[in-house]
Design a protein around this ligand. Structure first.
Ligand SMILES: *Cc1c(COP(=O)(O)O)cnc(C)c1O
Length: 392
């Protein structure tokens, strides 16, 4: 038996464990300190009532002989694929065939699993700072990775470099961790570059629901030519609070490589995956009903208002940042030349507020700090007041 030695090349991630340990130690040393977490990368509002009702009805069906369901289609039930196709049509003006949509237990799994379809001998282009899953899944497979600098100069929306070869390209917009969003013109340039290079764009649209500016694209398939060079990953985690319920979907156009990639993904999923629970798919489909959308919008607006409040506070304190508009993340420059861990300690001690040091997302994050809008409104307001005071 020989091990996959590529795992030895993975860097140990101490980011979230170190953040948690430092907050815990501070708390033990200062039992009266009331610590507020603006570091939370998970949603906090509960599932919408229509989703819960749909899952209860589905559970009842599963308990009756006449309506019980066993194995479903590995790639998902048509009722959910139809609901997703309807959402793309309404929101983005994008037409998708049902057999281009694959339901899964979340975007993270699919982002990792899609790599089954590609040879190890491919050059992978990944922005830095980044959601660590893209880097680690490619290290596990031993692929060449080229990091693309994402920084204040390019507005944390890096653009292609003609001289750079690439086979697989990761784009995440709205971005985690920076909250930056690509414009239509920028994505057009990426699509043109990918087509010239014969590359495939892996587009992570997990935060598309936070885009409120109508001029900004929410799906890569709003861009002409993207059906020839892109796969899109999306999730119910952020739009509808499914982080613990688990459901996502991946769009693989049949126009990619004459249908070859779609056929390979279908084969991969039917071989290695047995589908998402029926009741979860019923809950997910309820998100896209009229009532579901109105309940979900109220939740998204709550987080958006939190983001606006944090952004307003940072601006008032004279801090440079990106994100917070069309995104639940704010990516701020650490003040007074502090690096991201110095600023973490400063904020914890002076304001009793916890955020996430940018260094954990790549070298370009070393002087930046991520704040999130997923918290409670009152606590968010309190945290912003304390940050302003600490910086004042
Ligand atoms: C949260 C998130 C996802 C969604 O992951 P799930 O597995 O569907 O919960 C995907 N990409 C990014 C960048 C994320 O932050």
């Amino acid at each position: 038996m020989k091990l996959n030695r590529n795992y030895d090349n993975l860097q140990q991630s101490y980011l979230f464990s170190t953040v948690a340990r430092k907050a815990r130690e501070y708390s033990q040393a200062h039992p009266d300190a009331d610590i507020i977490k603006l570091s939370i990368g998970d949603v906090t509002l509960p599932l919408a009532p229509v989703v819960v009702e749909a899952m209860k009805r589905a559970a009842d069906e599963m308990g009756k002989k006449e309506t019980f369901r066993g194995y479903g289609p590995e790639q998902g039930y048509d009722f959910l694929k139809e609901a997703i196709a309807g959402y793309y049509k309404r929101e983005d003006g994008v037409d998708l065939a049902l057999d281009e949509i694959f339901i899964s237990d979340g975007a993270k799994s699919d982002l990792g699993n899609i790599l089954d379809l590609f040879d190890a001998d491919n050059t992978v282009l990944i922005p830095d700072p980044v959601y660590p899953v893209y880097v680690d899944t490619n290290i596990m497979a031993g692929r060449r990775i080229v990091m693309l600098d994402s920084n204040m100069d390019n507005g944390f929306a890096p653009m292609p470099d003609e001289g750079q070869d690439a086979d697989l390209i990761y784009l995440c917009s709205p971005n985690n961790p920076t909250g930056a969003v690509y414009t239509r013109g920028q994505l057009e340039a990426w699509v043109a570059y990918a087509r010239r290079k014969g590359a495939l764009i892996l587009f992570d649209a997990a935060y598309e629901c936070f885009v409120s500016d109508e001029s900004l694209p929410r799906s890569i398939f709003e861009i002409e030519g993207a059906r020839e060079c892109a796969v899109e990953f999306c999730s119910f985690s952020k739009i509808a609070g499914f982080t613990g319920t688990r459901c996502g979907y991946t769009v693989v156009p049949k126009t990619l490589l004459g249908g070859k990639l779609n056929a390979m993904w279908l084969r991969r999923q039917t071989t290695k995956f047995n589908g998402v629970p029926y009741l979860v798919q019923r809950g997910a489909a309820a998100v896209f009903t009229e009532e579901g959308m109105s309940q979900i919008r109220a939740n998204i607006d709550y987080y958006r208002e939190n983001a606006r409040i944090i952004g307003e506070g940072l601006a008032a304190a004279g801090i440079r940042f990106v994100g917070g508009k069309d995104s639940p993340y704010l990516w701020m420059e650490c003040p007074n030349g502090m690096d991201s861990w110095d600023f973490f300690d400063f904020l914890l001690e002076r304001a009793n507020v916890v955020g996430t040091p940018g260094a954990g997302f790549g070298k370009n994050g070393a002087r930046y700090f991520r704040l999130t809008a997923f918290g409670d409104r009152g606590r968010t307001i309190e945290a912003v007041e304390r940050i302003k005071k600490a910086l004042g």
